[in-house]
Design a protein around this ligand. Structure first.
Ligand code: DX5
Ligand code: ZN
Length: 215
């Protein structure tokens, strides 16, 4: 069964605590926490203190997506703040193996994300070391963009390449009921959804629908 990770990038920042409490009640599987540094992407979001604070109000796993240059500097901050999964961008890392090992030192899951225009085979040297691959189906930086259908052939390629290795495949960007179905059919494990959940008036219903169920 596919898992849904609502991205709080699309939440109401004026009441983040209430938003994540609502997510747990709405049976979200994880909370996707988008970290942007204003350099790797032209936008700035949440520091580690926000993560540490929000952790107090939810038992859900925090899935931290680092859209930052120099992830080596940021990984310890977010690991200590309570991240359960940390994913960094292949394009931003000087030494992906070192960054993966740094994340694992904290006893949490390590992922690598890849932008839509990065050659998908660039991830292959790391598939024996990572727990998760995050396929971007939009250019990172902003919510509310349109799903890039090329992501589907990239997912297929990955599925074939990783064979029976125990790697979680997650897709991020432009997920709605229609694109969620395409991703479910492609055997994706986790769907990130910002707009589809937070701009709906019933989080539980929208999460169910993204899973292909009805309330
Ligand atoms: C984009 C972020 C996404 C974003 C998804 O850089 O990584 O997680 O919040 O938002 P939607 O679901 O609105 O495309
Ligand atoms: Zn994200």
């Amino acid at each position: 069964m596919v898992k849904i990770a609502p991205s709080i990038l699309a939440a109401d920042f004026g009441c983040l605590r209430d938003e994540i409490i609502k997510l747990e009640k709405a049976k979200a599987d994880l909370i996707h926490f988008d970290v942007m540094d204003g350099h790797f992407v032209p936008n700035i979001t949440f520091g580690p203190m926000i993560l540490e604070n929000l952790k107090k109000y939810s038992n859900l796993l925090f899935d931290v997506h680092l859209m930052v240059n120099n992830p080596t500097k940021f990984i310890p901050w977010y690991a200590k703040a309570g991240a359960d999964i940390i994913t960094f961008h292949l394009e931003a890392s000087d030494n992906p193996i070192e960054d993966i090992n740094l994340i694992k030192q904290y006893g949490i899951k390590a992922g690598i994300s890849i932008k839509p225009n990065t050659e998908i085979s660039a991830i292959l040297p790391f598939i024996d070391d990572i727990d998760l691959i995050l396929i971007m189906s939009v250019e990172p930086g902003f919510g509310g963009q349109k799903f890039d259908n090329n992501a589907l052939s990239r997912i297929d390629y990955l599925r074939k390449s990783i064979k029976n290795k125990n790697i979680i495949i997650e897709v991020d960007g432009g997920i709605n009921n229609e694109t969620a179905k395409l991703c479910r059919d492609a055997n994706v494990d986790i769907l990130v959804a910002g707009t589809a959940v937070f701009k709906s008036d019933n989080y539980e219903k929208s999460i169910k629908e993204l899973k292909g169920e009805t309330l």
